[in-house]
Write a protein that binds this ligand. Structure first.
Ligand SMILES: CC(C)(COP(=O)(O)OP(=O)(O)OC[C@H]1O[C@@H](n2cnc3c(N)ncnc32)[C@H](O)[C@@H]1OP(=O)(O)O)[C@@H](O)C(=O)NCCC(=O)NCCS
Length: 201
């Protein structure tokens, strides 16, 4: 049996903030709550989200529970986006389950509409993948969306995630009823092949 790798640090304990060409990215804190609320509150942002705040009180009550998985994305000193990173265990058979602890992640993103159309979300999610593979040493990252959420689907394809499933009428939308869902994923080796020479290697 292979030796178990030992406990992994929380992503919040690693080197922050991170900087990209146009962005600064850091773990969300209680002080960031109001800035994230500025765009999470917008109906056009909430329409495709699994969880959208009903009002400010709902946001304030829920932020402490949700924000441990949030990253704050700043552009020009202003908060323009939220990244979500949830590290989880891979599925494994009992005898080797320790080897699958904390090796996968589910990611997500929510950006202010006034920051749209400039590749800023793409830049942020690319950096998040780099962080997942090069800093956290994850082996697989996945994300899901309603199939009709075209900007998100385009984003996943743009950054090289692979469509793994298309499920017909499997996700219940609060206004539109049962809709099709998609799951995308990328493996560490696929990321390395896509970013040769980058820190994702
Ligand atoms: C999903 C979401 C982040 C995508 O936003 P976006 O503005 O399309 O994404 P980007 O900031 O990466 O910009 C990409 C767009 O800018 C264009 N662009 C311009 N300059 C670019 C650059 N330097 N690099 C990449 N794209 C660039 C791209 O062509 C693309 O446009 P297109 O999709 O019409 O082809 C945004 O729609 C959002 O937050 N939605 C609400 C929340 C949500 O649905 N979250 C996901 C739930 S699953």
């Amino acid at each position: 049996m292979t030796e178990s790798p030992g406990p992994r640090p929380s992503f919040r304990e690693l080197g922050w903030p991170r900087s990209t060409e146009r962005l600064r990215i850091l773990p969300a804190t209680p002080e960031h709550s109001a800035a994230h609320w500025e765009f999470w509150r917008l109906p056009e942002v909430g329409t495709w989200l699994g969880w959208a705040p009903r009002d400010r009180a709902d946001w304030d009550e829920t932020y402490p529970e949700k924000s441990p998985d949030f990253l704050t994305v700043e552009h020009g000193g202003r908060v323009i986006g939220t990244l979500m990173l949830h590290v989880e265990d891979g599925w494994a058979q009992r005898e080797i389950a320790e080897q699958a602890v904390g090796v996968h992640a589910e990611i997500g993103w929510v950006f202010h509409p006034d920051a749209a159309g400039r590749g800023l979300a793409t830049e942020a999610v690319m950096d998040l993948l780099d962080f997942c593979f090069s800093e956290l040493g994850l082996r697989r990252v996945q994300a899901g969306a309603f199939a009709a959420n075209e900007p998100s689907v385009r984003l996943m394809e743009r950054i090289g995630m692979r469509r793994e499933s298309y499920s017909v009428k499997e996700s219940l939308h609060r206004d539109l009823g049962w809709l099709d869902g998609v799951m995308y994923a990328i493996l560490a080796e696929e990321w390395r092949a896509r970013t040769p020479g980058g820190s994702g290697c």
